[in-house]
Each structure stands twice: as structure tokens, then as C-alpha cells.
Design a binder for this molecule. Structure first.
Ligand code: SAM
Length: 238
């Protein structure tokens, strides 16, 4: 079972297109994306991570909504032995990540240029060592809350693909989304909140990198909250 068999259809509310890309970006996108793209397998199929990275990766980290890609690229540069999968349907964001990948010569990133929820059901069980959901769209209006990435269904999907002990890192400057996330994750028995003291959620983890939206929030005088959760150990069959 991959979790996709009876999954309801996923509806996308964010941007995909936008301004026309400059010629160099368009060309890079056409040249590099087909090489670095993580294709979605047929329904019920499983992504072959070893084939995607050319060898079985020792660990795989996943970023949902990488935006312009600076954070994912920084993590890839800091952890060259870790395979990174980034999900982002916004074409200009993908183009931006590709320019960083080319400039920095990064070889450990693959891109799923679509809604992460479409990938989660196709990833192998217990294959992901860390997940980043950073400054995910907060959809502040109450009638739009169901569009938020953190839902009972995505948390179940994350719990399936995350390894025992894997970390889910969530950050936002929207206090309503902080409460929503704590409320949802704490109700899910697969996760435990790692915070021991206020500095754990008030400060970005020491090995984290600032994202574009975090910088924007700081520039506007807004505090960001960093939540870290651990995927609990699975119960073993007796
Ligand atoms: C507010 S931006 C933040 C971008 C980046 N993480 C940052 O902190 O600068 C949120 C991004 O998440 C992407 N996004 C939203 N929902 C997504 C999903 N289900 N799968 C993949 N990307 C998603 C959006 O396209 C957008 O680029």
C-alpha cells in the first residue's frame, strides 16, 4: 500500500505561472529540469529514489514549498552526502533554484515541480529523514484554512514516509498557523513536539538557514516561530 489508492483528488490553490521568465532562465529550465525532475510514478507506484539519485541515498530530506530555493540549496551544500527532494509548483521558483544549483554545482537535489501532496503517497514508507515546511502559505481567512498544507491527511502521509526519529521542521510568522499546526501535530500519535524551552521555538535551529519569507517577516518586524517534531518509533509487530 502506498496510500494513494483511495486518495481524494488534490486541488491546487497557489500560483504556478506568473511573469514570463527571462530567456536565460527559460533555457535553463528547459535544459536542466528534465534531468533533475522527480517524476510522479503511475497511480499506486512507488518513486525509485535510488534511480532518481543514481545510487541508493543514505538519507533523503524533503522540502515542501521551497519558494526561490535558497534554503534547499544551502542545505544541499551543507550536506553533500544527503539526497534532497524539493517540491514547488511555482515555475519561477523552480527556475530560481535551478540557477543556484548550476552556479554552485550542486548534485544532490531533485525537483518535484508540483504539489507535494501528489508525491507523498508515492514515496517509499520510512524513506525520509527530515522534512521542511517553511513559511508555508498561512491562508489566514477562516474559510481558507482547509487549504493549509498541515492537515490530518498530510500529517498521516508524512508519518508514513518519515523514518523513525525523523524530524519535521515547520516555521511561520503567522501565529494562527502556529496554533493550528501545534493543535494538529500534537493530536497525531506519530509525532512528538521536540521543544524543551521557549528558545527552541523562538530561534531558528542552529543548523537551519534563513528563507526569503523569513527575511521578509523579520524586515517587517514580525517574529517567526520554529517548531520541530519527531516521528515517533513505529510499534513493532510482536
Ligand atoms: C509563502 S511561500 C514560502 C517559500 C519559502 N519556503 C520561503 O520560506 O521563502 C510558500 C511556497 O510554498 C509553495 N507551496 C504551497 N503549497 C504547496 C504544496 N502543497 N506543495 C508544494 N509547494 C507548495 C508555494 O508555491 C510557495 O512558493
Amino acid at each position: 500500500m502506498t496510500g494513494t489508492e483511495n486518495a481524494p483528488p488534490v486541488r491546487w490553490y497557489g500560483r504556478r505561472g506568473g511573469h514570463r521568465l527571462r530567456k536565460a532562465r527559460r533555457e535553463r529550465l528547459e535544459r536542466l529540469l528534465p534531468i533533475l525532475r522527480l517524476a510522479r510514478p503511475a497511480p499506486g507506484g512507488t518513486v525509485d529514489l535510488a534511480a532518481a539519485f543514481g545510487a541508493p541515498p543514505s538519507d533523503v530530506w524533503l522540502e515542501v514549498g521551497f519558494g526561490a530555493g535558497e534554503h534547499l540549496a544551502a542545505q544541499a551544500g551543507a550536506h553533500p552526502g544527503t539526497a534532497m527532494v524539493g517540491c514547488e509548483p511555482y515555475v519561477a521558483g523552480v527556475a530560481s533554484l535551478l540557477s543556484i544549483i548550476e552556479r554552485e554545482g550542486l548534485t544532490n537535489i531533485r525537483i518535484f515541480d508540483d504539489d507535494a501532496r501528489l508525491l507523498l503517497g508515492s514515496l517509499p514508507e520510512a524513506s525520509i529523514g527530515r522534512v521542511f515546511v517553511l513559511f508555508s502559505d498561512p491562508w489566514p481567512k477562516a474559510r481558507h484554512h482547509k487549504r493549509r498544507f498541515i492537515t490530518p491527511a498530510t500529517l498521516d502521509a508524512l508519518a508514513r514516509v518519515m523514518k523513525d526519529g525523523a524530524e519535521l521542521r515547520f516555521a511561520t510568522d503567522h501565529m494562527g498557523y502556529v496554533r493550528w499546526t501545534l493543535d494538529h501535530v500534537i493530536r497525531n500519535p506519530a509525532f512528538a513536539w521536540l521543544a524543551q524551552r521557549p528558545s527552541d521555538w523562538r530561534r531558528r535551529p542552529a543548523d537551519g538557514f534563513e528563507t526569503r519569507y523569513e527575511r521578509k517577516a523579520t524586515g517587517q518586524g514580525l517574529a517567526s516561530v520554529h517548531l520541530g517534531f519527531c516521528r515517533r518509533r513505529r510499534a513493532r509487530a510482536a
